[in-house]
Design a protein around this ligand. Structure first.
Ligand SMILES: [Zn+2]
Length: 89
């Protein structure tokens, strides 16, 4: 198992949101934590067993690592390192 697949097995998009202090409902969409839209019509959803997200307002799509990058304003390497620590890898 590669580092990346081990990480993805342990960290979901929801975990990244929780880490940022954002609650995502168990079902349905929420306001987008990236563009800030969707407070009246929630536009941000998590799919694929927590491994994918999509915002229908700003069209952001990705996985937990790119979500971490967007929320914490860092590059891929920094996101990977931070999530590895968080996942205990
Ligand atoms: Zn958005």
């Amino acid at each position: 198992m590669t580092d990346l697949s081990a990480l993805k097995a342990r960290i979901s998009c929801r975990d990244v949101l929780t880490h940022k202090g954002i609650h995502h409902p168990a079902k349905g969409n929420a306001p987008c934590p990236i563009c800030g839209h969707g407070t009246s019509t929630p536009c941000f959803g998590i799919y694929g067993n927590g491994q994918r997200y999509k915002c229908f307002s700003c069209n952001s799509v990705g996985d937990p690592i790119s979500l971490y990058q967007a929320l914490f304003k860092c590059d891929f390497k920094q996101a990977l390192a931070a999530l590895k620590v968080r996942a205990g890898l």
